[in-house]
Structures are given as structure tokens and as C-alpha cells.
Design a protein around this ligand. Structure first.
Ligand code: GRF
Length: 224
């Protein structure tokens, strides 16, 4: 089986990178990470790449264009076929985004198109939404825009703060990102206009209310 050759761009902690690394350990997983690029030399994610024996490079962010040019050279040298942004905190050069159109995805900690940009979890709490989550989407030049591949939902709980909600969302990010990349690497996704079609995708048939009923009885039920 030939695996999709993936490059991952990070800026920091790299826990989503780790989730992808862990998924790729399975020889049946249809993708492999062949390059990690960070714009920050002190990004802890670089240690994760080193521990996994993945080639890594630092491209300090001087300007958008220079970063894009250097990234292109490295991606080509490693024969990267697909790019995952995993906590990459820079706005990418439009030319780079267009060059990788439909071959680059990002994970964002909100149910897009709500709460684009920084501090998505804080924005969700401020808006008083009852559900939050994360989204994997193809990258477009506009920030946190692009056809949606997959989403995962968590409830907002009474007494939540930004740290608690962020942790709850991050746990499902680590499940969602490997799933989304798998679907793509298996060749099951097609971008059609602004939407993504997925062959054989099963959606969960459930409805969840938040808050639940007064007595706390389960109000989840089968849709229909
Ligand atoms: C994640 O919440 C991701 O959704 C957002 O940045 C954060 C990166 O975390 N884009 P990590 O570096 O993967 O731990």
C-alpha cells in the first residue's frame, strides 16, 4: 500500500501533530508524515517530530512570502503530497494556499463557520452557545474558511471556563484530525464547490439537547 506523504506545519505544542503521528504508527493507516515544519524554533512539537524520527525544519517567520518560498522548497524535497496545518499560527501566503488548493487542511477549535480566528473557545463561551467543537476543513486564503471535511461536537457545561472547554475540545480534535486525514488519504473525499462529499460516510443518527430535561432524564433520541 502506498501511503499519502504528509507534511505538517506547526507553531507550538503539537498535540494534534502527536495525534497524527500516533495514527501513522499503524501500518494500515493510509498516510505517513514525512516532514514537520515549524515557524518557531522553540515549538515543543519539534521534539515530538524528533522522537518519532520525522525530519523537521524551522522557518522563522520574517515575511509571509519568504516563509512560503522556503516551505515550498522543503515540501518538494520531501515529495510531500498533502499538508496538514496543526496549530500553525501564521496566515499563509495566498500563493502557497492556492498552490496547495484541496491538498491542505487545517483544524480549528470551533464549529465553523462560527468563531473564526483566535480564542475560538473564548468566543464560544462569550456567545453562550450550548455546544462547541472542532472542524477540519480544506484551507482557503480567508482565515478559517474552506470546505468542511469533518466536525466533532462537545457540550458546553455549567461552570465552564476557557481552559476547561479548550481541554474538552482538544480531546476530540485528537480523534477528529486522524479520521479526517484518513478519509482523504483513502481517496474518499471530493471537494464540490464549497462542500466536501465523502464516499460511504456515516452520520450519527442522534439528537442531543443541552440542557437535558429537568429531572436529568436522557433526552437523546433517534432522529426521524
Ligand atoms: C488546536 O486547538 C487547534 O485546533 C488550533 O490550535 C491548537 C493547536 O494545538 N488550530 P496543538 O499545537 O496541536 O497542541
Amino acid at each position: 500500500m502506498s501511503r499519502l506523504r504528509v507534511g505538517v506545519l506547526i507553531s507550538g505544542r503539537g498535540s494534534n501533530l502527536q495525534a497524527l503521528i500516533d495514527a501513522c504508527v499503524d501500518p494500515l493507516y493510509p498516510a505517513e508524515i514525512v516532514l514537520v515544519i515549524s515557524d518557531r524554533a522553540e515549538a515543543p512539537g519539534l521534539e515530538r517530530a524528533a522522537a518519532a524520527g520525522i525530519p523537521a525544519a524551522v522557518i522563522p517567520h520574517r515575511d509571509r512570502h519568504a516563509l512560503a518560498e522556503k516551505a515550498e522548497v522543503l515540501l518538494r524535497a520531501q515529495r510531500v503530497e498533502f499538508v496538514c496545518l496543526a496549530g500553525f499560527m501564521r496566515v499563509l501566503d495566498t500563493a502557497l494556499v492556492e498552490a496547495w488548493r484541496d491538498r491542505m487542511i487545517n483544524i480549528h477549535p470551533s464549529l465553523l463557520p462560527a468563531f473564526r480566528g483566535l480564542h475560538a473557545q473564548r468566543q464560544a463561551l462569550a456567545a453562550g452557545v450550548r455546544f462547541a467543537g472542532c472542524t477540519v476543513h480544506f484551507v482557503r486564503p480567508e482565515l478559517d474558511c474552506g470546505p468542511i471535511v469533518a466536525q466533532a461536537v462537545v457540550p458546553v457545561l455549567p461552570g465552564d471556563n476557557e481552559a476547561l472547554l479548550s481541554t474538552r475540545i482538544l480531546e476530540i480534535e485528537h480523534r477528529l484530525y486522524p479520521l479526517a486525514l484518513r478519509l482523504i488519504a483513502e481517496g474518499r473525499t471530493r471537494v464540490v464547490g464549497d462542500r466536501v462529499e465523502i464516499d460511504g460516510a456515516l452520520a450519527p443518527e442522534m439528537v442531543v439537547l443541552n440542557p437535558e430535561g429537568a429531572a436529568g432524564e436522557l433526552l437523546a433520541s433517534t432522529a426521524g
